[in-house]
Design a protein around this ligand. Sequence first.
Ligand code: NAP
Length: 285
Amino acid sequence: MILDGQKVAIHMAGELDKRIKILKDGGIIPGLAIVLGGSSRPAAMYGAFLKKKAESYGISVTVIKKPDSVTEGELIKVIRSLNDNHAIHGILLLMPLPEGISSDNVVEAMDPYKDIDGLTAANRGRLAAGKPGFVPCTPRAVMAILEEYGIAVNGKKAVVLGRSNVVGLPVSLLLLQKHATVTICHSHTGDIAEISRTADILVSAVGKPGMVTADMVKRGAVVIDVGICRQNGKTVGDVETKEVAEKSSYITPVPGGVGAVTTSMMIQALVEAAEKRKNGGSHNE
Ligand code: NAP
């Protein structure tokens, strides 16, 4: 069965519209800042897509574009001025940044209450500690898809391929919080197929087309393909979808799977940030 990300996104849209209306009725227009540090074409395209999507919800979007010659100090200044700007509730810093700039240093300049993609050490620490905070949007999208389709996680064996701060590690923690038994594989893992074949839920977040083949998947497993790659002019994921679909019980397509829900999760996180500010408060409220 195909796990349709568009369906999940449509389901979320109604609720987001309602929450945004309540904010607007209270005089608050949710404000999103998208920061593009450098001339990466994929980042620029993604930024334009996000802007259009956010504006379709009536969100106010500010795009700040800096040339490749931008310095780390200048980017940090941009982030700090957005931190101080009351019209901005959430900041998205799009990667990659120009060579020589530490993305960690720029990310850490962000106010954790505006860090809607959960990249700062403060938010990552809160996730690890099981406390409320902003969690990266893609892992949240994975969990929303599992929930929408009523796929049980409790007691299941989950294998995650990839351990990045933005996908692999946080999705592993979210699965663990839902009581899965989680194994994380990465580029130093020996026999990945031997491990992946044990998975009831297999999440691939590597970024390598053809990485997951049918022989790596247990019959009846749920397969979530987070990868987004360009191959022969097409957008593909990590998973050989056609052959794996014959063995799996559920599978996400690429495109139209996790990516379709990630954008809605970003809008949801921005709305949460605006609601928290309205209530004058912290993540704990
Ligand atoms: P990343 O930072 O490059 O991380 C890739 C991870 O894969 C790393 O942990 C790496 O291991 C691991 N890896 C690399 N080669 C491997 C191999 N041969 N076997 C096992 N593990 C291997 O990438 P990312 O930001 O997490 O993104 C992963 C993919 O998801 C990309 O295709 C990206 O475009 C996509 N993505 C999709 C969405 C969405 O909304 N659908 C959002 C974000 C990202 P090491 O840690 O050992 O290097």
